[in-house]
Structures are given as C-alpha cells and as structure tokens.
Design a binder for this molecule. Sequence first.
Ligand code: FES
Length: 162
Amino acid sequence: MTTTEQIPALPRRQVLCGIMAMGILGSATLTACSEDTPAANSPSDSAGTPSGSASASAPAAGGNANALAQVSQIPVGGGTIVDAPDGTKLVIVQPVAGDFKAYDAACTHQGTPVGAPQGGTMTCPNHGSKFSAADGSVQQGPAGTPLKQVSIAVSGDNITLA
Ligand code: FES
C-alpha cells in the first residue's frame, strides 16, 4: 500500500490542512482547517450565508505579504485559525458583517488552541471550554478568563496585525 492509495478518500482541503498543520508550508500559512459537518455545510454556504467556520485557503496571490488572512476568507458568523508571524495561533472571527476581531487561540485554561468558531462558539478540544466568538468571553469552563483579544487592522481585503 502506498500513501497515495490512502489519500483519495480524503477531501483535498483535509489533506492540505494536514500538510499545513505539519508546518510544511511556512509560518504565516493559514491553517483554516474547519470542522465542517454535513449539517454545517448547507447548500446556501456557497452563496455566502453565515454558517460557522471558514473554509479558507492561503491568502490570495497579490495580497499583502503581511496579511494574516483575507477578508473574503472570514465568513460572517464564523472565523478561522491563522498563524501569526511569531507562530502564535490566532482565531479571526467576523461575528457580524464588517466586524472583525482576533483572539489569541490559546485556551486560557491550559493553553491548548481552540478551534474555529462553530455557531458563534470556539471550543477547546482539551477539556471542552467554550468561548464566545463575539467577545472571547467564557461560555463554559473549566477556563475562567476570556480569550486574549489581539488588535488587527482591516485594509481592503487584507487583515493584518494592528
Ligand atoms: S486547555 Fe482548554 S479547556 Fe483545558
């Protein structure tokens, strides 16, 4: 059995996300590996209807080299995980149209990176803490403090650190 015999069963995005998770594609690589479920992927998603986490890929060619992500990669009501230039994982969200926020993805309980928002909530896979995408506040422990907000700037289609 070869590796290529195992890959065809995986969607291309999962394969790319796996590669990015291994750090093969660089430090500023977008790691938008959403946890899409069939229920979250309604047919209306392709029309831009908010549904949860992003299905973004790397910043588009011609974008700002310092961009963390492109506006078009952050769905309204959702978000995505990116790597900051220093290697910090950030979660960028757009709770309502045109309102972008970023948080340090490190869970305030023990530091495990939270996942991209689903239904307005970011969940830590380690012990299940939940945080509001709207303000980073704790919705469910054991974490006791909100996610740390990170200042970002939006210019055109580019989202950068402020
Ligand atoms: S590290 Fe996130 S809930 Fe424990």
